[in-house]
Design a protein around this ligand. Structure first.
Ligand code: NDP
Length: 446
């Protein structure tokens, strides 16, 4: 059995029930086969793959908090510090009822390669809780965040581990988390990214993942002498990543026709223009409402409990969550003429859907490359905090743009096949792996 296959078997046996983690490891290792085979002796001796798939540290903790009725509630808290070979652990916090150890491990594993691809000195980590922010008052959110940070603060720091937001963790939550860290440690440091502009945050951080995904997709289109002008774009989700991906698509002349949330999707064939997008931003970020209200306001189709992939489009940008695009939906997309899929979310396409996109030779950009703009600007926020200065919107945006172009170049370098087709999965995985592997070997047995 090959070294890669041995490790895949071990990961499945040693991490029972962690299906998303198995899926992520299989996807990465399968595309590293060539590099691993070439260096098998050295990698085996150093047990490199065994170390790569085992987090450096998993922290699991209890989060007690009091709800508005005076009742004590208890949630689970997680921080997985996956790999610090190239820098302090860095990765978001997710607050969602579906969160469990396997999901946080898959996200932390992916984050290691994504962070490496950005070219910035940041390692991989991820955390979160099964706490559901939906329907909670601001006071309840604050109580939860303060309790969560009371424990997390022991394990993080600007030189150790710098968390950010993810699903269910936006500016409001980062504010409460940062406030509690500052209170406990009595220090004002860049321990979290995604902070408010008045207190250490970076301009363009809220926009970064969505904008970055579209910058990456734009580079992909360029390889086929194409661009976003006039393209019909289906987007899933309606949160942070989806909103700013839509904003950038509009800017580049594309037409966005869908949004979704966990209850269903809307389809607006006339296109979601700037005014309608402002309505979505207000609906989701201020009123914390459901996307169904868009269909009611603009009198368009609402597809209850459905994802948007049945809609005819040229470009699909999955920006909601993992495994939200399966093989059947992938086939519908390609048979409807979709030429590009770029993932704003982490692992939104199932493994067989990914194979279908690659076998169909459409442009397929996996999340770890396409959505790396968020963590890249988080890295730039850390730089600004260390330098005690703040860059302009234009400066940060142009740095983000060039980082995304660079990640695209790395994917092309490592992913171009003999017929000139670019396998972005292979390109991103090899491109992210090489620096991490070399650093781990240089640092000895850690
Ligand atoms: P938000 O919480 O802002 O938005 C998430 C969106 O996805 C919401 O519309 C939500 O709907 C929907 N969603 C969440 N869970 C599910 C589910 N199980 N089924 C269907 N829809 C769901 O999160 P973000 O926009 O920040 O994150 C979206 C994706 O992008 C995630 O995969 C995240 O890991 C990834 N990502 C985010 C980065 C960032 O900077 N924020 C960076 C890189 C990747 P509802 O409101 O109904 O829950």
């Amino acid at each position: 059995m090959s070294y890669v296959d041995e490790i895949i078997v071990k990961v499945v046996a040693n991490n029972p029930g962690e299906t998303e983690f198995h899926q992520a490891v299989e996807e990465v290792l399968n595309s590293l086969r060539f590099v691993v085979d070439e260096n098998e002796e050295e990698f085996r001796k150093a047990a490199l793959l065994e170390r790569l798939v085992e987090p450096e540290r998993c922290i699991l903790f209890r989060v007690p908090w009091v709800d508005d009725k005076g009742q004590v509630q208890v949630n689970k808290g997680y921080r997985v510090q996956f790999n610090s070979a190239i820098g302090p652990y860095k990765g978001g916090l997710r607050f969602h009822p579906s969160v469990n150890l396997g999901i946080i491990k898959f996200l932390g594993f992916e984050q290691t390669f994504k962070n490496s691809l950005t070219g910035l000195p940041i390692g991989g980590g991820k955390g979160g809780s099964d706490f559901d922010p939906k329907g909670k008052s601001d006071r309840e959110i604050m109580a939860f965040c303060q309790s969560f940070m009371t424990e997390l603060s022991r394990h993080i720091g600007p030189y150790t581990d710098v968390p950010a937001g993810d699903i269910g963790v936006g500016g409001r939550e980062i504010g409460f988390l940062f406030g509690q860290y500052k209170r406990i440690k009595n220090e004002f440091t860049g321990v979290l990214t995604g902070k408010g502009i008045g207190w250490g945050g970076s301009l363009i951080r809220p926009e970064a993942t969505g904008y970055g995904t579209v910058y990456f997709a734009e580079e992909m289109l360029k390889t086929r002498n194409d661009n976003f002008k006039g393209k019909v774009v289906a987007i899933s989700g309606s949160g942070n990543v989806a909103q700013f991906a839509a904003e950038k698509v509009l800017k580049l002349g594309g037409k966005v026709v869908t949004f979704s949330d966990s209850s269903g999707s809307i389809y607006d064939p006339d296109g979601i223009d700037k005014e309608k997008l402002n309505f979505v931003m207000e609906l989701k970020n201020v009123h914390r409402g459901r996307i169904k209200e868009y269909a009611e306001k603009y009198n368009v189709e609402y597809m209850a409990k459905k994802r948007p992939w049945s809609v005819k489009c040229d470009v699909a940008l999955p920006c909601a969550t993992e495994n939200e695009l399966n093989l059947e939906e992938a086939k519908t997309l390609t048979s409807n003429g979709c030429i590009l899929v770029a993932e704003g979310a982490n692992m939104p396409s199932t493994e067989d859907a990914v194979h279908h996109f690659i076998n169909s030779k459409i442009l397929y950009g996996p999340g770890k490359a396409a959505n790396a703009g968020g963590v890249a600007v988080s890295g730039l926020e850390m730089t600004q905090n260390s330098m005690r200065l703040a860059w302009s919107r234009k400066e940060v945006d142009s740095k983000l743009h060039s980082i995304m172009k660079n990640i695209h170049n790395i994917c092309v370098t490592h992913g171009k096949e003999s017929d000139n087709f670019v396998n972005y999965v292979k390109g991103a995985n090899i491109g992210g792996f090489v620096k991490v592997a070399n650093s781990m070997i240089s640092q000895g047995l850690v």
